[in-house]
Design a protein around this ligand. Structure first.
Ligand SMILES: [Zn+2]
Length: 85
């Protein structure tokens, strides 16, 4: 693979690079979901949902859960996230 990742003037070794890329991907996924969650509010309680994630910055074993005040909100979030694919 002819790709190289630099942080500042440091060149990362391939193993570090995989980690950094993974971290970046996980971050990006989480950020885009969070952004979306902020726009969806519960019609009954006016609350937004939260993203609870576990598993750190590894794609494997990443465990994300969406928490909200009630079923209605969770359903809305689900529909919205699925519709964006
Ligand atoms: Zn609610």
């Amino acid at each position: 693979m002819g790709m190289e990742l630099r942080v500042g003037s440091r060149k990362l070794p391939p193993s570090r690079m995989a980690n950094e890329l993974e971290k970046a991907v996980v971050n990006e996924v989480q950020e885009s979901i969070k952004k979306k969650l902020r726009t969806i509010r519960c019609p009954q309680h006016g609350e937004a949902s939260r993203l609870a994630s576990r598993g750190g910055h590894k794609l494997q074993g990443l465990n994300m859960r969406i928490e909200g005040c009630c079923e209605v909100l969770i359903e809305r979030v689900k529909t919205s996230l699925e519709g964006s694919r």
